[in-house]
Design a protein around this ligand. Structure first.
Ligand SMILES: [Zn+2]
Length: 402
């Protein structure tokens, strides 16, 4: 291992309670020693030393995970690296209101003074001097703004997918180990289909509304659509039949976006073999933090989760080109399906590439009437022509094209 400089003298300690980030708590547990915490003053507690290589590396990874470069690179904004530690509540190290600013700063400087000289496998600053104008500043890894996906989206806009498939398969192959999961045989999932099979009515008394009876879709009728007639979906290309399932019936129903007054059939499916799936819900800084390339992998996984979880409006099905492309790569890499959070329900979505891998559970179908659909929204800030922004995406992309 190459050491760029000797570690600083290990003269400060932080305890488990004062570490907010799990990555730092893990260091206390794994490599800690009994000491007095320099932040809260607790004595004889297990603490991480702030002078170790791993402590500094974890701090750098956490800065990249939580913050964008414009928040701490003084050439891009007003902030500084040290200033990140006075943000309250702090995502890295808890702020003790009883501690003076000077004493806290002393602790922070015990590792931050070498942030740009040691553990350079993670860089928090992209470029210095005039060079900065030729680079995208780092965005927070947790924001999942992966340039790898952005370039894939651009390429797919004017290139046949099979011409770029190999290139992206090679990029994704090394990270599949971090998002590989299993859906166990026997687990039960839910599926919804618009409408019902039969309806009947009883007229009890003249003038009163009739009572209706419905027979929900069941078995094959609520299963995956036949190959060939399947329309394009979030994960499947047109003509390709995948089985879309959800972890609860409410999510399954919400995913097909029914309107109020419409009727939906829901039924249960049982997975009939252990499925090897891409699990986009499990991304974790504690597994990918030891280098810039690992952070880039984490950012890519977060970016993929974001695009899978975001439902495109029915008017813009072309938005699914990228998710269909990625799903095909997952399939080529030997996966049976993909698992991701739903944004319209509180459950998860499972898409099985082979509809034969789950069977309808006899008697599980029922019909539900949609009484009300609820939307949550908030105002977004307006672009102002007279303002200058840390990142103006249109300007920046023109600059890079030159
Ligand atoms: Zn403490």
């Amino acid at each position: 291992m190459i050491r760029h400089a000797a570690p600083v003298e290990n003269h400060h300690y932080v305890c488990y309670e004062c570490c907010v980030a799990r990555l730092l708590k893990d260091l206390v547990v794994r490599q800690g020693e009994t000491a007095t915490c320099s932040l809260c003053g607790a004595t004889k507690v297990r603490c991480a030393g702030t002078g170790t290589d791993d402590f500094l590396l974890a701090i750098k990874a956490l800065i990249r995970y939580h913050f964008g470069e414009w928040q701490y690179h003084s050439k891009l904004g007003d902030g500084s690296l040290e200033g990140l530690f006075s943000i309250d509540p702090n995502p890295l190290l808890r702020i003790n209101p009883a501690q003076s600013d000077i004493d806290r700063e002393d602790v922070i400087l015990s590792f931050m003074s070498d942030v740009n000289d040691r553990q350079m496998q993670v860089e928090v600053i992209t470029a210095y001097g005039r060079d900065i104008y030729g680079y995208y500043p780092h965005t927070p890894v947790s924001a999942g703004e992966s340039h790898i996906l952005q370039s894939a989206r651009r390429k797919l806009a004017d290139t046949n997918y099979f011409l770029v498939e190999d290139e992206y398969e090679a990029i994704i192959r090394p990270i599949v180990v971090y998002m590989s999961g299993t859906v166990s045989a026997g687990s039960k999932w839910h599926r919804a289909r618009m409408g019902a099979k039969r309806r009947a009515a009883d007229f009890h008394e003249i003038g009163a509304p009739p009572q209706y009876f419905f027979e929900p879709h069941k078995d094959k009728a609520i299963g995956a659509p036949p190959v060939g007639v399947a329309t394009a979906g979030r994960v499947n290309r047109p003509g390709v039949s995948y089985l879309y399932l959800a972890s609860n019936s409410e999510t399954a129903a919400a995913e097909i976006r029914p309107h109020p007054g419409e009727l939906v059939s829901v039924g249960m499916f049982e997975v009939n073999k252990d499925l090897r799936v891409v699990d986009l819900r499990t991304h974790d800084l504690t597994k990918l933090w030891r280098s810039d390339s690992q952070l880039e992998m984490l950012e890519l996984i977060i970016a993929m989760e974001k695009i899978f979880a975001t439902a495109a409006p029915p008017s813009n099905r072309s938005a699914y080109t990228l998710t269909q492309f990625l799903a095909e790569i997952f399939r080529r890499l030997g996966f049976d399906g993909v698992l991701f959070r739903s944004t319209v329900g509180d459950g998860d979505n499972l898409v099985a590439f082979n509809p034969a891998h789950a069977d309808w559970v006899a008697g599980s179908s029922r019909a539900i009437g949609v009484a009300r659909v609820r939307y949550d929204w908030s105002d977004v800030a307006m672009f102002d022509e007279s303002e200058t922004y840390d990142m103006d995406y249109e300007k920046q992309s023109k600059l890079l094209e030159q």
